[in-house]
Design a binder for this molecule. Structure first.
Ligand code: PLP
Length: 435
């Protein structure tokens, strides 16, 4: 098999050098800089189906899928056609549009967990607005989040646990006023006792609990459904709102996201990624009552110049319509499970310290022998294995997101043949990494 040497990424390397003149670290989102893996970042010029091609004309089977939005793969024909048709009539009017209605209707009519939705332009914006809504409804200000869940770069959520259990958070970024971080309480996932104690102590100040019901930003920390049910019950008990951050899981683990997958009704759900069909769209939704607090109906202000932009609505509509086709999610899940099972069997056969975590069309390679459910169970030293694996995979034409904490996504465009090809390459590379 021909391999692509790192030295052959000459055009990507040159473009990256140039980009450093314009952008901090040469990028517009930090993990794209390839700091945790070898070589310069790939500059991608084209994507078709499950493959992407870089500026050096190397093609890769892509498991990043633009960090999750591309559940149909790259350049899906129906998405492209509706986007081109729409863009030919103008890109933005700052008014309501019929296409916005179409997408709103498609979502609300096929999701039992929300009655109304508000479109914004990113996942971060959705989460930020959801927090404001929860605070506006409850008149309380503190938020509980969980270690290992990511919710975008919202000030009060770029926070990790302070010293001692259930203390108020410490920011993980410069530029966040201490007062903001102190509004956030960070708890470990799956610690029901600490959750109960915290709610007992602070529930008069706590507006909401926010959780990624499928935590997929720090590895794939799949939770026991009973933990999510426990969150729901405790929120009812203590008069706290429950926010499911479904920016990744929404439309990924099913059309109704994790709420539908687990059969749990949160108070507010946030969406992003898939909802925009590859365009910048986020959203948040809830019951009629919850959403009646949003302006102009209610006192919680939230607005956006490009919210529900027609081109983005077209992409979202054309994408989501395809997800409703019978058997869509079952087929995708079956393919992904087959890949995950094959890699897991390989690891067992060769006694490799690797556990393949998978749900629906999301997978993650944990370089441990056991299932990982909390952030503190991830061995940071094992990321060295990922770094080496990433290099070998790139040399052989498989692209995973450039960090061992990132999950992989399988799209409808990955055929079983593509997945078999990728699995063979992965096995070969795992051999090399662990030899
Ligand atoms: N919430 C979750 C669960 C996410 O995974 C992300 C992004 O990865 C966000 C929020 C932020 O979304 P965006 O990057 O669109 O601002």
């Amino acid at each position: 098999m021909d391999t692509i040497s790192l030295e052959n990424r000459t055009r990507s390397a040159a473009l990256f050098e140039e980009a450093k003149n314009y952008f901090p670290g040469g990028v517009n989102s930090p993990v794209r800089a390839f700091k945790s893996v070898y070589g310069p970042p790939l500059f991608i010029k084209e994507g078709q189906g499950c493959r992407i091609t870089d500026e050096d004309d190397h093609t890769y089977i892509d498991f990043c899928c633009s960090w999750g939005p591309l559940i149909l793969g790259h350049n899906n024909a129906k998405v492209r056609d509706l986007v081109t048709e729409t863009v030919a009539k103008g890109t933005s009017f700052g008014t309501p549009t019929r296409l916005g209605n179409e997408l709103g209707k498609l979502i609300v009519n096929n999701n039992r967990y929300i009655d109304k939705i508000r479109f914004v332009s990113s996942g971060t914006e959705a989460v930020m607005s959801a927090l404001r809504l929860a605070r506006g409804i409850t008149g309380k200000s503190k938020v509980i989040k969980f270690e290992g869940c990511y919710h975008g770069h919202v000030d009060s959520l770029l926070v990790k646990a302070g010293s001692g259990l259930a203390t108020f958070g410490e920011s993980t970024s410069a530029g966040i006023p201490r007062a903001f971080a102190e509004e956030t309480i960070v708890l470990p996932l799956d610690d029901r006792k600490l959750l109960e104690e915290t709610l007992q102590k602070y529930s008069d100040d706590i507006a909401c609990i926010i959780v990624e019901p499928v935590p997929a930003n720090n590895g794939l920390l799949l939770q026991d459904p009973s933990f999510l049910e426990c969150l729901r019950l405790k929120c009812y008990k203590y008069g706290v709102l429950l926010i499911f951050d479904e920016v990744i899981s929404g439309f990924r683990v099913g059309f109704e996201g994790a709420a539908g997958y687990y059969g749990i009704q949160p108070d507010i759900i946030t969406y992003g990624k898939i909802i925009g069909g590859g365009m910048p769209v986020g959203a948040y939704g809830g019951s009629h009552e919850v959403m009646s607090h949003i302006s102009p109906d209610g006192p919680v202000y939230q607005a956006g110049t490009l919210s529900a932009n027609p081109v983005a609505m077209a992409a979202g509509y054309a994408a989501l319509k395809q997800l409703l086709e019978p058997g869509f999610y079952e087929g995708l899940e079956a393919k992904t499970k087959r890949l995950a099972d094959r890699l897991q069997a390989f690891a067992l056969r060769h006694d490799l310290p690797m556990h393949v975590q998978q749900i629906a069309s999301i997978f993650w390679l944990a370089f441990t022998r056991d299932r990982v459910v909390r952030a503190d169970q991830i061995d940071a030293a094992s990321m060295e294995h990922f770094k080496n694996l990433h290099r070998e995979l790139l040399r052989r034409g498989v692209y995973l997101g450039p960090s061992g904490y990132e999950v992989g996504f399988v799209s409808a465009a990955h055929t079983e043949q593509d997945l078999d090809e990728a699995a063979s390459i992965m096995e070969k590379c795992l051999h090399m990494v662990f030899k």
